[in-house]
Design a protein. Structure first.
Length: 418
C-alpha cells in the first residue's frame, strides 16, 4: 500500500518568494562566515608573526563578546525588529572586516575579531529570528534556509582560500568584506512582513529610541532565561548542548585523529565538503519528515546519530568507511538544525523569537569552548581514542534522559496528538 501524500501547507503558511528569497540570501551569506574566517584568520595571525599563544588568543577572541552580548542582541531584535538589527550589525561587520589589513598588528586583530565576530553572530541570530517572526518557524522554511546556508558553507571556503592564494591578505579580506556586504544587502531587502498592522502603527507610533534603549538590561537576560520554563525551549537548549558534544569533537580532535592515521589535509577537506553537501540536501527533507513523524523524536534520533558518528571514529579503518560515517553525520546535522530552530520558534511568542535564538546560540558557544577542553583533559590522561568514547557516552546519556522526559511529559504528548 502506498504511503499517504504529505499534508500540504495551509494557505496562511505560504509566503511570497520575495520574502523567502531575501531571508534565504541573508542566510547564505551570514550562516557560514565562521568557516571562512577560520581559514583566513590563522593565516593572518601567521603573517603578523604572532606566537602560538597569541595566535590562540586572536582566534579565540572572536567568541568573547558574543557569549555576553548575544542575548542582548536578541532582545534588541525583539524590541526593534530582526531586520533593523541585522542591517546595523551588518554595516559594522563590513567596516570591521575591511579594517583588518589596514591595521596589521595583533592588538588590532584581537579588537576587530571581537567586533566582527559579534556582528557576524548577531546577524546569524537575526536570520534565524526572521524565519520565526516572518514564517512562523515552519519546518519547511527552516529546512530551506538551512539548505541555502549549507550551500554557502560549501562554496565560500574554497573561494576565500583562492582569493588569499591569488591576491594575498588584501584580496582575502576584500573578498570577505564583499561577502559580508552581500549579507547586509540581503537583510536590507527583506520586505515588510506585517510585524505591526498599519492601523496599529497609526494608533501607536513607535517611541523615539534613546541611548538607554540600546544598552544591555538585566531584565532582558532574566526574561530570556525564563523562556526555559517552556518545554520546547528547554528541550532545544539541552539538545543543543548534546549536539555540540559531537560538533566540538569534529571541530578539534577529529582532525587530529585523522592526521594521526596519515590522512592528508586534502582528504580531510574532502570529508568536510562531503558532510556539508549531504547536510544541505537533508535539510530539504525536514518539512515533509516533520509532517509525517513526531518532530521531538525526530530531533532526538538525528542528534543521537550525529554523536555516534563522531564517537565511533577510532573504530573506523579504511577511508571509504570514514567518508560514509561523516556523510551520515552530515545528513544528521542537516536534519537536526532546522528542527532545533523550528521547535524553539514555535514554542515562544513572536516578541520572544530573537531572545530564544540568542539563548540557544549562547549555550552553543559556551559548550563549544568547554567540549575541546574536556576532551583534551580526557585525552591527556586516558588517550585520544578513549576521549571519543567518553564524550560519546556522555552525549548518549544526556539523550537518554531527554527521551524519558519527552515520553513522560504531558506537553510533548498533547502536541503529538494534535
Amino acid at each position: 500500500m502506498a504511503p499517504p501524500a504529505p499534508t500540504p501547507l495551509p494557505p496562511e503558511e505560504r509566503y511570497s518568494w520575495r520574502l523567502q528569497g531575501s531571508i534565504y540570501a541573508a542566510g547564505f551569506f551570514n550562516g557560514n562566515l565562521f568557516n571562512m574566517v577560520a581559514i583566513v584568520m590563522p593565516l593572518w595571525a601567521l603573517a603578523l608573526g604572532a606566537s602560538p599563544l597569541m595566535i590562540g588568543i586572536i582566534l579565540g577572541s572572536r567568541q568573547a563578546m558574543l557569549i555576553f552580548l548575544a542575548i542582548h542582541g536578541g532582545a534588541l531584535m525583539d524590541r526593534f525588529g530582526a531586520r533593523s538589527v541585522i542591517v546595523v550589525m551588518g554595516f559594522i561587520g563590513v567596516i570591521s572586516m575591511a579594517l583588518f589589513p589596514v591595521f596589521p598588528f595583533a592588538a588590532a586583530a584581537i579588537a576587530l575579531q571581537m567586533l566582527s565576530g559579534l556582528a557576524e553572530s548577531v546577524s546569524w541570530i537575526g536570520v534565524q529570528a526572521l524565519v520565526g517572526q516572518a514564517m512562523k518557524g515552519n519546518a519547511t522554511y527552516t529546512g530551506r534556509m538551512t539548505f541555502v546556508a549549507r550551500i554557502g558553507g560549501f562554496i565560500g571556503p574554497p573561494m576565500i582560500g583562492g582569493a588569499w592564494d591569488l591576491w594575498g591578505h588584501w584580496g582575502g579580506f576584500a573578498f570577505l568584506t564583499v561577502w559580508v556586504a552581500a549579507g547586509w544587502l540581503a537583510a536590507w531587502l527583506v520586505p515588510d512582513f506585517g510585524e505591526r498592522k498599519p492601523a496599529d502603527r497609526e494608533a501607536t507610533p513607535p517611541p523615539k529610541t534613546t541611548l538607554i534603549d540600546l544598552l544591555p538590561r538585566l531584565s532582558d537576560y532574566m526574561e530570556t532565561f525564563r523562556l526555559m520554563a517552556y518545554a520546547g525551549v528547554a528541550l532545544v537548549v539541552v539538545a543543543t548542548v548534546t549536539r555540540q558534544m559531537g560538533s566540538g569533537v569534529q571541530a578539534t580532535f577529529y582532525v587530529v585523529w585523522l592526521n594521526q592515521i596519515d590522512i592528508s589535509g586534502t582528504a580531510i577537506g574532502t570529508l568536510f565538503s562531503l558532510s556539508s553537501a549531504l547536510s544541505a540536501v537533508a535539510a530539504l527533507a525536514v518539512g515533509p519528515a516533520a509532517r509525517r513523524f513526531n518532530r521531538y523524536w525526530l530531533l532526538l534520533f538525528w542528534v543521537l546519530a550525529s554523536i555516534l558518528c563522531m564517537a565511533v571514529t577510532p573504530l573506523l579503518g579504511p577511508y571509504w568507511l570514514i567518508a560514509a560515517v561523516i556523510g551520515l553525520r552530515g545528513i544528521a546535522q542537516g536534519f537536526n538544525l532546522p528542527l532545533l530552530i523550528s521547535i524553539m520558534s514555535q514554542a515562544v511568542a513572536p516578541q520572544d523569537q530573537a531572545k530564544a535564538v540568542a539563548l540557544r546560540i549562547t549555550v552553543n558557544r559556551v559548550n563549544a569552548l568547554a567540549v575541546p577542553v574536556l576532551m583534551g583533559a580526557i585525552a591527556e590522561y586516558a588517550g585520544l581514542e578513549y576521549s571519543f568514547y567518553v564524550v560519546g557516552a556522555l552525549g548518549v546519556a544526556c539523550l537518554a534522559a531527554l527521551a524519558v522526559w519527552v515520553a513522560r511529559s504531558p506537553e510533548f504528548r498533547d502536541e503529538a496528538r494534535r
